[in-house]
Design a protein around this ligand. Structure first.
Ligand SMILES: Nc1nc2c(ncn2[C@@H]2O[C@H](COP(=O)(O)OP(=O)(O)OP(=O)(O)O)[C@@H](O)[C@H]2O)c(=O)[nH]1
Ligand SMILES: [Mg+2]
Length: 629
């Protein structure tokens, strides 16, 4: 048998590395157990590329594997795993060995510990005959590897994927037939690409080689490229990649890189930043209109603050708003409603003075209120805002007053819809120059924000804001209407994969990969959902008003997770599909991200239904009260 110079070099390299093993991370525990794996194949089948791929060498590295010439053997190992050697044998084809028996007589079967038979096409007679000889004369493992699988498989799109599936099936069938012909036991065929080791069966092959060589248990995974492949595999496992990647993860590559370099902790720090981004976004909303139009009352209503609360905007029958005053949202101070004095008041006699003094350019959107027809000043202001390329809304306030007086006047002949149409038509006349339609006027009462267009207004404001501002404002809106509720549920769901990833424990880190979910954080998330979906707290007046059935349902989410989180989570999946158990303060499951995604989706759906029921019940109660009036 010819042994090449590079084989000797590899041995020398191993010896040197073994000597330095303590200082440079070489696995010293297995110095004595060497394995030499033969890479067999025809010329051009990808033997050296395979060795480079498995050892993580670039083709132009000085250490890179090259195919030996003639009947030489070249051997390679990775510096961190010097005891795992890959030796490229001379080509098994007719050109190198016109007589096949000459190949068999070279003593390879005795010398090497395992055999990888590579082909970039179909396996031929010699391949099978060689495998048969190995299995007859020893019980050394042989692996059939089909290389260059990337050449005909781009695996992009569903159609290509199904084509690939059927190609694989065909190849497997014909391979099984050949095995039978040569009376070889059933065995696997591994489809790989040396250029894309993260795809197809590359990792499966390395796992199989390691499993077949008991002396190397746990050693293959020390080779960096294999370590990376394992991490990547775990990453795919973690994300259930295909489903999540396309739909939800915009910055997939960034996340992958973070996962591979810094593990779950890296992904989480990025995710936490993203999840918290909405808190940093600023939104400035200007509320304008004549004195007494109901600006301060509106500012309080939209912030969910009572007119006599500590941080309320002062409301009064006499003029109260004299200087621009910002009212931050109670749960997010970056969202500010500005209560602005009306144009025409002593300090702001005309539009120009007003614009200058209130710094008109600093607001994102303008809410123009009037409790009667819109005035000339309202229109001048709207035109100015329009010229600045910003949005504005005409809001007709105090509809409850109109309803009350009309009802008193018309008694049984009172028809609310007719009244609303009249008010709307009347307002339309005053703003006809703006060319809008009925939908551009919002009829509201700040005293009854669950009625009329209050909700449609909130949604309209949201819809014209840029997406980050929209998200930010959405979280502060009260889910007192079905539209806002629906949007909130959608928003909560769109953040689900990030939320799920943030709940996985990073304590157990990247290696071994964490299967632990932090129970306390799950409770916090459920609590935040309760808040977002406006579940009344136990003991509150709102809670007492609910029917018994709804009280029980609300309690399930308000109290349930705090009793026994494991049992509580299991109640959403009686078959325990995700096989969850608990360990100390953790929920343990094999695929934490998938488990969380599924369970939290079920939870949000159930909570969403309850929130809708609460709205219905509250609306019914209010209607009954009205009917009694
Ligand atoms: N019925 C009813 N009254 C309202 C509504 N909004 C405001 N009011 C009443 O209208 C009066 C004036 O309301 P404010 O909110 O102080 O009006 P404003 O536009 O801030 O007034 P200035 O600060 O003076 O410019 C108060 O008595 C409020 O209680 C409403 O939607 N319905
Ligand atoms: Mg005011």
């Amino acid at each position: 048998m010819a042994t090449s110079a590079s084989n000797l070099a590899a041995t020398k390299q191993q010896e040197e590395q073994a000597e330095n093993s303590d200082s440079d991370g070489v696995d010293s525990s297995c110095e004595l157990v060497k394995v030499d794996i033969a890479v067999v194949g025809n010329a051009g089948c990808g033997r050296s590329s395979f060795v480079n791929a498995i050892l993580g060498f670039e083709e132009n590295d000085k250490n890179a594997a090259t195919t030996p010439s003639g009947k030489e053997i070249s051997s390679y190992c990775h510096p961190t795993s010097p005891n795992i050697i890959f030796s490229i044998l001379p080509s098994i084809d007719k050109k190198t060995f016109p007589i096949f028996n000459d190949f068999l007589r070279c003593g390879y079967i005795e010398k090497f510990d395992a055999f990888l038979i590579l082909t970039n096409d179909m396996f031929d007679k010699r391949h099978f005959a060689f495998a048969k000889t190995v299995s007859k004369s020893s019980n050394k493992p042989v692996f059939f590897v089909r290389t260059k699988f990337d050449n005909n498989n781009s695996s992009q799109g569903v159609e290509e994927e199904s084509k690939e599936e059927s190609a694989l099936l065909k190849l497997r069938k014909s391979f099984a037939k050949k095995l039978k012909e040569f009376e070889l036991n059933e065995r696997e065929i591994y489809f790989i690409s040396n250029y894309q080791p993260d795809k197809w069966d590359f990792l499966k092959l390395t796992n199989a080689i390691e499993a077949a060589l008991p002396s190397q248990k746990g050693r293959f995974s020390k080779i960096p490229i294999i370590q990376k492949l394992i991490a990547l595999d775990k990453f795919h496992h973690f994300l259930e990649e295909d489903k999540l990647k396309q739909e939800k993860i915009a910055n997939y590559d960034e996340i992958k890189e973070l996962f591979l370099t810094r593990g779950i902790a890296g992904v989480q720090s990025m995710i936490n930043k993203k999840l918290g981004l909405w808190k940093e976004v600023k939104v400035e909303l200007a509320v304008l209109g004549n004195s007494g139009a109901g600006k301060s009352s509106f500012v309080n209503a939209i912030r969910g603050v009572d007119d006599d609360a500590e941080n309320c905007a002062n409301v009064g029958v006499i003029e109260t708003t004299r200087v621009p005053t910002a009212f931050p949202h109670p749960t997010n101070p970056n969202i500010r409603y500005w209560d602005l004095p009306g144009i025409g008041t002593p300090n702001y006699p005309d539009l120009d003075t007003f614009c200058k003094l209130v710094h008109i350019e600093m607001y994102d959107t303008f809410l123009i209120l009037s409790s009667a027809r819109f005035t000339e000043n309202d229109k001048l202001l709207a035109a100015k805002v329009k010229s600045m390329g910003k949005s504005f809304f005409f809001i007709r306030s105090k509809i409850d007053n109109d309803r009350r007086s009309e009802k008193r006047k018309l008694k049984k002949n009172f028809k609310e819809n007719k009244m609303l149409r009249q008010i709307s038509d009347d307002c339309m006349k005053s703003i006809k120059d703006f060319g809008g339609g009925e939908q551009d006027i919002f009829l509201i009462s700040s005293h009854e924000p669950t009625k009329w267009d209050f909700d449609r207004l909130q949604k309209a404001i949201l819809d014209q804001l840029p997406s980050k501002q929209k998200e930010s404002l959405m979280f502060t809106l009260q889910a007192k209407s079905k539209d806002v509720l629906r949007d909130k549920i959608e928003l909560l769901k769109s953040r689900l994969w990030m939320v799920s990833a943030s709940l996985v424990s990073k304590k157990f880190g990247f290696w071994p990969f964490s299967q632990y979910v932090v129970g306390k954080k799950v409770k916090e998330i459920i609590q935040s959902y309760s808040l977002q979906l406006e579940f009344p707290t136990r003991g509150s007046e709102e809670f007492k008003m609910l029917s018994e059935d709804l009280q029980r349902k609300v309690r399930k989410f308000n109290d349930g997770p705090y009793q026994d989180i494991l049992q509580w989570l299991k109640s959403f999946d009686p078959d325990n599909t995700h096989s969850i158990t608990d360990y100390k303060k953790y929920i343990v499951t094999k695929k934490p991200l998938i488990f969380l995604q599924h369970t939290l989706t079920v939870i949000i759906d159930e909570m969403g239904e309850i929130a809708f029921d609460i709205l219905d019940e509250t609306a019914n109660n209010a209607q009954n009260d009205d009917d009694l009036d």
